[in-house]
Design a binder for this molecule. Structure first.
Ligand SMILES: *Cc1c(COP(=O)(O)O)cnc(C)c1O
Length: 383
C-alpha cells in the first residue's frame, strides 16, 4: 500500500530496519567536502560533496517520494534549479512559456537564456491556445499553476496531452501548492520544479530548490550537470529542509484555512476591488483546481482601489511582514510591482494584470483572529 503524504514527509521506507546512523531520528548533517577511500578503486558510495552528500541524498529521496518521482535534485535555490534544468536545452531551442511567472524566472529568460540562444513564446496558458504556439524547434512547455502572482490556473492534464503529441517536455513549477496539494507528474508532467525556500522549507530561514522527474534519461543528464556545475544544496541547508518537510502537511492545512478566511474577509472590504484566490468558487480556475489538486493553497493576490492605498497598507502592517518570499510560517505581504516582479518590463506586468494596486499575501500559520485584527486596524487607517 502506498503510504500517505504525511507519513512520507517523515519516513523513508528504504532505510527502515537498517539502523544506519546509530538510529538517529534526525538525519545527521554530514558536514564534509570529501570522503576517504577504503582502497584503490573503492568508494564508500560518496567521493566528493559536489557530486553527492548523504544529507542531501536523504532529502532528495524524500522529495522524490513526495512528488511521486523517481529522482529529485536539491539545489542551492529555486533559481539554481531552473538554471540547471535549462542546461538541457541548446542554442536554437524554443520554449513555450506561461507569461505570468515568478519574476526571477522571467529575469533568467530575458538576461541569461536568450543570450544562450533560446527563444520563448509567452502565453496565458489558462486561456490561450498552447498548441498554436508550438514550432518545429520547440522543446518544452513551461508552466506555473497557480501562477505567481495572478493565480491563473491551467489544466495540467490537457497541456500534458499537447506536450506528448509534439514530443515536448512539460515542466511545471509547483512551488505555490507544494507536493502536499498537487503532484504534476501524476497529471502527465515530465519535470517538476520547486523553490524549496517556500513551502517545503517552510520557515523563512533558508534557500533551496528542487527538480523532480520520473524520466531516467532526464535524471541521468541532471546528475551529470549537478556534478559539473556545482549548485547542489549544502549539508546544513539540506538538514533544514528535512526538518521543515516533517510538518509540511500541518503547515499547509493551517495556512490554507487562514487563507480561506482572509479571502472571504478581503472580499467584504470596500477598498478591495478584486480578490484572486483559486479557492473562491467564482475564481475561473476553481473547477480545474478541484480536478487536479487536493487543495487551494494559501496564496492570495488582491487589488485595492488606488496605488496610494496599496502603499499605505504596506506602510501600516506590523505583525504581518512587508517582505518578499512566501510559503513560510509567518504571514508576508508583497508588492509585486517593485519587489518580486520589478525586473519584468512594465508593459508585460500590466498585460499580465500586475498593477500598482496589486498586493500579494502569503498566509502563515498564525491565529487567524490576529491576522484579521491586524488587517482591520490597517484598513481603518488607510481611509
Ligand atoms: C521564489 C520562487 C522561485 C525562485 O526560488 P528561489 O528559491 O527564491 O530561488 C521560483 N518559482 C516560484 C513560483 C517562486 O515563488
Amino acid at each position: 500500500m502506498d503510504r500517505g503524504i504525511n507519513t512520507r514527509c517523515l519516513h523513508l521506507e528504504e532505510t527502515e530496519g537498517k539502523f544506519d546512523n546509530y538510529g538517529a531520528l534526525s538525519y545527521p548533517i554530514y558536514q564534509t567536502a570529501t570522503y576517504a577511500h577504503p582502497a584503490v578503486g573503492q568508494s564508500t558510495g560518496y567521493d566528493y560533496s559536489r557530486l553527492q552528500n548523504p544529507t542531501r541524498e536523504n532529502l532528495e529521496k524524500i522529495v522524490a517520494s513526495l512528488e511521486h518521482g523517481t529522482d529529485a535534485f536539491a539545489l542551492s535555490s529555486g533559481m539554481a534549479a531552473i538554471s540547471l534544468l535549462f542546461e538541457l536545452f541548446k542554442p536554437g531551442d524554443h520554449i513555450v512559456s506561461e507569461a505570468d511567472l515568478y519574476g526571477g524566472s522571467i529575469r533568467l529568460y530575458d538576461h541569461v537564456s536568450k543570450k544562450n540562444g533560446y527563444a520563448f513564446t509567452f502565453l496565458n496558458c489558462a486561456k490561450d491556445d498552447v498548441e498554436a504556439a508550438i514550432r518545429s524547434n520547440t522543446k518544452a512547455i513551461y508552466i506555473e499553476t497557480p501562477t505567481n502572482p495572478m493565480m491563473n490556473v491551467s489544466d495540467i492534464r490537457k497541456i500534458s496531452e499537447i506536450a506528448k503529441r509534439h514530443d515536448l517536455l512539460l515542466i511545471v513549477d509547483n512551488t505555490f501548492l507544494s507536493p502536499y496539494f498537487q503532484n504534476p507528474l501524476d497529471l502527465g508532467a515530465d519535470v517538476v520544479i520547486h523553490s524549496g525556500t517556500k513551502f517545503l522549507g517552510g520557515h523563512n530561514d533558508t534557500l533551496a530548490g528542487f527538480i523532480v522527474t520520473n524520466k531516467t534519461e532526464i535524471a541521468e543528464k541532471l546528475r551529470f550537470l549537478i556534478k559539473t556545475t556545482g549548485a547542489g544544496l549544502a549539508p546544513f541547508d539540506s538538514w533544514l529542509l528535512l526538518r521543515g518537510i516533517k510538518t509540511l502537511g500541518l503547515r499547509m492545512e493551517k495556512a490554507q484555512k487562514n487563507a480561506q478566511e482572509l479571502a472571504a474577509w478581503l472580499k467584504k472590504q470596500k477598498n478591495v476591488t478584486d480578490v484572486f484566490y483559486p479557492g473562491l468558487p467564482e475564481h475561473p480556475g476553481y473547477e480545474i483546481m478541484k480536478k487536479q489538486a487536493r487543495g487551494f493553497g494559501s496564496m492570495i493576490t488582491f487589488n485595492v482601489d488606488t496605488k496610494e492605498h496599496a502603499l499605505a497598507i504596506l506602510q501600516e502592517v506590523r505583525m504581518i511582514k512587508y517582505a518578499e518570499s512566501l510559503g513560510g510560517t509567518e504571514t508576508l505581504i508583497t508588492y509585486p510591482t517593485t519587489q518580486t516582479h520589478a525586473d519584468v518590463p512594465e508593459e508585460v506586468r500590466l498585460k499580465n494584470g500586475i498593477t500598482p494596486r496589486t498586493l500579494r499575501l502569503s498566509t502563515g500559520i498564525e491565529d487567524v483572529e490576529d491576522l484579521i485584527f491586524e488587517l482591520e486596524k490597517v484598513f481603518s487607517k488607510i481611509v
